[in-house]
Design a binder for this molecule. Sequence first.
Ligand code: UD1
Ligand code: MG
Length: 448
Amino acid sequence: MTTNVLLLAAGEGSRMLSDTPKVLHELAGAPLFQHALSATADLDGRRVIVIGHGGDAVRKAADKLDERILFAEQTKRLGTAHAVTTAAEALAGAGGDTLILYGDTPFIRAETIRAMQDMRSSGADIVFLGFEAADPARYGRLVKDGDRLVKIVEYADASMEERAITLCNSGVVLAETETLLRLAAAVGNNNAAGEYYLTDLPVLGASEGIVTKVAICDEAETLGINSRADLAEAEAVFQQAARTAALENGVTLVAPETVHFAHDTVLGRDAVVEQFVVFGPGVTVESGARIRAFSHLEGAHVSRGAIVGPYARLRPGAELSNDARIGNFVEVKNAQIGEGSKVNHLSYIGDAAIGDGSNIGAGTITCNYDGVFKHRTEIGKDVFIGSSTMLVAPVRIGDEAMTASGSVITKDVPAGDMGVGRGRQENKNGFARKLFARLRAAKAAEKG
Ligand code: UD1
Ligand code: MG
């Protein structure tokens, strides 16, 4: 059955005290709204985001993620049911079911959504997702009769007995699209907040024989982010789970609590990650590779047996072949490093390709930027680049070629040749001794 997703994200997020819309704040390197959507990857229907405050920025970010995402604008924030009605046009003719998620609730799991779908197929017309709250605080309370959900009472409208209920509303709902839109449009705002509550659905539906049930998830899945403190807490929760998953998948983390993952980090079995390593988005580390201490990786691919760091930085487009070595204080960006090739010390390799078996000496820099354009450096296989070579791109170094240390290479070096691009050395006989003597005499004279 087609299932559409409607992500509510029009909230102001005022408690974030931010110029950035709340759902664009990042968790594990991805905006919050992306986390909620990632649990719905298996669903085949439309994806609609209800935007309000800062809507243009959200639209842009969502477009970048998936240009098929649709948007509904809620200009006045009149409540969750009202937010749903704003999506009527975007969902028109979509058919099937629609799942409502919140953009600021990142930990919802695909398994939980499947459990809700199972309830739908076994006879429930509307399924709300509830959880047993350790501290029910201001959540909406779920009032059940047998396995039926009779009503949901918002905290502000709840009686003392209702407030004693610990089964709470997560806000996630699954229902037939037509039913959902029709009932949401019928919701009134006669309540303490004067808002149009989506939580009125069970009562409205019951009057026409619609059956509402509750699926249950862990409270952890419903963690919503309202403040910077919530965001930091969510980050800690995410990191802890990512570390545990890595260890369970056969990755060695020497000091797990010091390793920081992104939402999409992939580490192969028998990869080793040493202390204080940060993974930005888009990193894959294959089996048996080792990431040494204090390294920072983003948008990089590290193949089997490669060693990175300590103190290395891999930026987007860094592509390391098997057994490559990237050593201390080396930065690699948009560059392929061939099998077994080494860039071991103090170098910048950007917009470059290095063949197999080449050695790049300490302090080598690919001068890729002329202030306006970026240019490429092509280095062949079994090349030896002498220490402190400046490779002024665009430039090519052929297979089995060399450059002399300290060269500024501005012309291609053909295969098998040596490029020397530096002043010729001249030794001035006895000059140093004479110069020292003169300088020391001057200093003694100064002291008097
Ligand atoms: C809502 C539920 C409550 C539940 C709680 C769980 C209602 C009436 N109440 O309350 O039962 O326990 O979530 O966290 O549904 N939003 C819009 N447009 C609006 C209003 C809200 O897009 O006009 C979005 C918000 O950005 C947010 C979500 O809907 O992502 C929930 O809104 P929020 O104001 O946090 O609802 P709560 O009062 O927390
Ligand atoms: Mg809330």
